[in-house]
Ligand binder design. Structure first.
Ligand code: F6R
Length: 231
């Protein structure tokens, strides 16, 4: 657990850790969250001139029924914020098969073919979700189709202006996330205080999916605003 002064310092620290991991292992496989929190980290990483040509970026989640040209496509967001700015050439996508169950199976086998995930870069949902692993969710939950909770519909509405938030999504399973060899959880802002405190303090529970991170190799990077109530 590291507490950083503000979102900018947090992004610099996260970029340091990701950059170090990439220098150590040029063919790093990285599970890549979208959402607001990691955007400053990705922008900072892109400024550092790292060679990410052998990195494989693995998608964390996607809305169901949203094509890649739709402005709400999470693949599109990941491409614009991470894949293109860093010059990433290999990606594992979630949701690029017409049948969602087939897309999940394909994803799981592509992740297995990579020998798993080296590094997961995650944000914390306002209800404790990781990816779209919504409460209630156990640590063994597989990659699957989920229905978004009202809390996630509300937080995701902030991303898309007037466009409605799709009600269903595909998510990497908790099993994929928790088997990552290293996890960096980025948490910024006072609106995350209570849920961060629960994720860190409560015994792991399906009510707060992020609490399962307690049993994984997790580094939590929180800014002071997010950490305030967690002390
Ligand atoms: C995004 C994702 C979500 C977000 C979480 C936090 O791909 O999987 O779990 O990481 O909802 O979102 P922000 O960072 O916007 O607060």
């Amino acid at each position: 657990m590291e507490v950083l002064g503000d979102a900018e310092v947090l992004a610099e620290r996260a970029a340091d850790l990701i950059g170090d991991a990439l220098r150590e292992k040029p063919n790093l496989s990285v599970l890549v969250a979208t959402g607001h929190t990691p955007m400053a980290t990705y922008a900072e990483l892109a400024l550092r001139g790292l060679d990410a040509s052998r990195l494989t970026a693995v998608q964390l989640d996607e809305y169901l029924g949203v094509g890649e040209d739709d402005p709400r496509s999470l693949w599109g967001w990941m491409r614009r914020s991470f894949v293109e700015p860093l010059g990433v050439k290999q990606v594992v996508r979630l949701g690029d098969a017409p049948d969602p169950d087939e897309a999940c199976r394909r994803y799981e086998s592509e992740v297995a073919a990579l020998s798993g995930i080296d590094l997961a870069v995650l944000g914390l949902g306002p209800n404790g979700h990781l990816g779209f692993n919504e409460p209630l969710c156990g640590p063994g939950a597989r990659t699957r189709v989920v229905t978004l909770t009202p809390a996630s519909l509300a937080s995701n509405a902030a991303y898309w202006g007037d466009l409605p938030v799709p009600s269903r999504a595909l998510t990497a399973g908790m099993d994929v996330i928790l088997s990552a060899r290293r996890i960096i959880l980025l948490v910024s802002g006072s609106h995350k205080r209570d849920i961060l405190a629960r994720a860190l303090r409560e015994p792991p529970t399906p009510e707060v999916p992020a609490s399962w991170l307690q049993g994984a190799n997790t580094t939590v990077l929180a800014d002071r605003a997010a950490w305030g109530g967690a002390q």
